[in-house]
Design a protein around this ligand. Structure first.
Ligand SMILES: C[S@@+](CC[C@H](N)C(=O)[O-])C[C@H]1O[C@@H](n2cnc3c(N)ncnc32)[C@H](O)[C@@H]1O
Length: 122
């Protein structure tokens, strides 16, 4: 993935590492954080929401996709090491860290549809 990204000559910086660990070591504010088809590898998204909210500039947008789950649940298992998340769970995490929901839509995501979400830092 990093080799492909490097070949596109679009990015100022590419970092290899665990995303929570890497974000925990950062201090600069970001205008936006985008994560496509990555968060389904994580059961508990709380550490990610916490780091994103800490690093995001005011009015910044956090846009991401997850595997979808019904609101009667929070986190489910879709396969080995793969998880799905409900809108209720995502909304509760966002409220905890001060992110405001702008959209949660259903659209193509790693094949089957997923939730595409946009949350804004208040
Ligand atoms: C399905 S790919 C999606 C890549 C890209 N966003 C795209 O849409 O083409 C999932 C990516 O998540 C990365 N990933 C999985 N767990 C990770 C973690 N803990 N920290 C950082 N990246 C992780 C994998 O290395 C892989 O590159």
């Amino acid at each position: 993935m990093l080799r492909i990204a490097e070949g596109r000559k679009l990015y100022d910086r590419l970092i290899q590492g665990d995303l929570v660990t890497v974000m925990a070591g950062m201090t600069e504010p970001f205008d936006s954080v985008f994560s496509a088809c990555v968060l389904y590898y994580f059961a508990d998204l709380r550490p990610i929401f916490a780091q994103v909210a800490r690093l995001m500039a005011p009015e910044g947008m956090f846009v991401f996709s997850v595997d979808p789950y019904g609101d009667e649940h929070e986190i489910g298992v879709t396969g080995p090491g793969e998880y799905c998340h409900s809108r209720r769970y995502l909304r509760s995490l966002a409220a905890e860290v001060g992110l405001e929901e702008k959209a949660i839509e259903i659209a193509r995501h790693r094949g089957p549809p997923g939730f595409w979400c946009a949350f804004k830092k208040a």
